[in-house]
Design a protein around this ligand. Structure first.
Ligand SMILES: Cc1cc2nc3c(=O)[nH]c(=O)nc-3n(C[C@H](O)[C@H](O)[C@H](O)COP(=O)(O)O)c2cc1C
Length: 435
């Protein structure tokens, strides 16, 4: 059992908790909304969120209240909130649990956010594969409408809001906020050039906020217990609150762990997730979802907060922590991740579309012991020519596993290449089919 207080996973950790409206209200749910609506001015709600230090949990870690403030104040037309429930980053599975097990917590956060930014329509863009999650959210929305937490004149305050679930079709790129907006508009999910940013030109070209499920789920607690309380948890001042880390891979107890930001990788992996599943020592860690550069066993004392992970050369990203034991081939691991990125590249930007294909072909060749020494320079050059040259951060993401495995485990690439040379197996590789 954790020794710290659970915030987001607290209700669902209570035996018998079903996530129904009645259960949520019994646990103190919708009290924050009653405290806020019509009683605290929207600008003051935003101020409280800024003071709490809450930063986005979707990947980029942007300060939430600051993002809300970017919406034009004098704009008279509609504005929107889009809850990003696409959660397609490999190794990440926290939003799913939040939606399926405690949907009203996130919905209360959505109503509070809409009130703060002046939106009367909200969308939950949910990953197509989350069929159960979509059904649970629809039921929760029905309960919230019937109870007067959604609809017209919410809690007799004159505030109107409705929220709709929109199911995606299972494309990783639709988690990127502007591709999400395109998809929501009924178009193919391709990222938009920024600027302009969604804050001014978002859904249907109107001011829009896109926030992640976990980000939004924090809001009822911040408004209930105060920004100072939230800001005192974790690693203030830049990494406040808890985070849900999704631990997977070669550990004894994979799962979602909510911990204050600032504990070390060692504590997360060994104290919470039970340590390595076998006698083999830890070899590698993906610290923040597939887009994050690998860490080694030398990084176990790094703190799980935004700054510490960035300073150590990677990112906290989506909170997906994948652990690999000694004996795992890092070339194979990089290839598996690259196969995913290659499959999911939306094709809009040439460096990413073509580069991902070349990267996969080169890695497959090395893995199949048909590699050449020049391949390592080719991989590095290709990666360098993708970074910073694509419309969205997908390009930077897809090269991270390759560059970091080359940095820490270059000898594994070399060994495979030398095996190829020794066996004189250098033959042309088969053509690559994009499936
Ligand atoms: C390729 C790509 C995929 C992304 N996928 C997700 C996702 O599945 N869920 C998510 O919340 N954010 C995702 N993001 C980040 C979003 O673009 C955006 O920053 C986030 O939803 C903002 O919410 P936040 O400020 O609450 O974190 C992705 C970004 C990129 C570049």
């Amino acid at each position: 059992m954790p020794t710290h207080e659970l915030i987001l996973l607290k209700n669902m950790s209570t035996p018998g908790y079903t996530g129904s409206l009645a259960d949520y209200e019994r646990a103190g749910g919708y009290q924050a909304l009653r405290k806020v609506l019509g009683k605290i001015a929207p600008a003051d709600v935003t101020e409280m969120v800024k003071k709490s230090g809450l930063r986005g949990r979707g990947g980029a870690g942007f300060p939430t209240g600051v993002k809300w403030e970017f919406l034009p104040k004098d704009y008279q037309g509609p504005r929107y909130l889009c809850c990003n429930a696409d959660e397609s980053e490999p190794g990440t599975f926290k939003d799913r649990q939040l939606m399926e097990r405690d949907p009203h917590q996130m919905l209360e956060g959505i109503v509070i956010t809409c009130y703060a930014i002046g939106a009367e329509i909200g969308y939950i863009y949910i990953r197509g594969e989350f069929v159960l999650g979509a059904q649970i959210l629809e039921r929760a929305l029905g309960e919230a409408r019937a109870a007067g937490y959604l609809g017209t004149n919410i809690l007799d305050t004159g505030f109107n809001l409705d929220v709709w679930v929109h199911r995606g079709a299972g494309a990783y790129i639709c988690g990127e906020e502007t591709a999400l907006l395109e998809s929501l508009e009924g178009k193919r999910g391709l990222p938009r050039v920024k600027p302009p940013f969604p804050a001014t030109h978002g859904l249907y070209n109107k001011p829009t906020v896109v926030n992640n499920v976990e980000t939004l789920a924090n809001l009822p607690h911040i408004l209930n217990r105060g920004p100072e309380w939230f800001a005192s948890i974790g690693s203030p001042p830049r990494s406040t609150g808890t985070r849900i880390f999704c631990v997977s891979g070669h550990v004894k107890r994979p799962g979602n762990y909510e911990v204050p930001m600032g504990i070390t990788f060692r504590e997360l992996i060994f104290d919470h997730a039970g340590g390595m599943r076998s006698d083999k020592p830890l070899k590698a860690i993906i610290p923040g979802g597939a887009s994050a550069a690998f860490f080694t066993d030398q990084h176990l004392e790094v703190k799980l907060d935004f700054e510490s992970v960035a300073q150590a050369g990677s990112m906290l990203g989506s909170g997906g922590v994948t652990v690999m034991e000694e004996g795992t081939s890092m070339v194979w691991a990089a290839l598996r991740l690259m196969e995913f990125f290659y499959h999911e590249s939306c094709g809009k930007c040439t460096p990413c579309r073509e580069g991902s294909s070349w990267l996969v072909q080169t890695l497959r060749r090395i893995m199949a012991k048909r590699g050449r020494h020049e391949d390592l320079d080719t991989l590095t050059e290709l990666c360098k020519n993708i970074v910073g040259r694509t419309i969205c951060a997908f390009g930077d993401a897809e090269v991270a596993p390759i560059l970091s495995t080359l940095q820490y485990w270059r000898h594994e690439y070399e060994e495979l290449i030398e095996a190829a040379e020794a066996a004189e197996l250098i033959t042309p590789e088969p053509a690559l089919a994009r499936h």
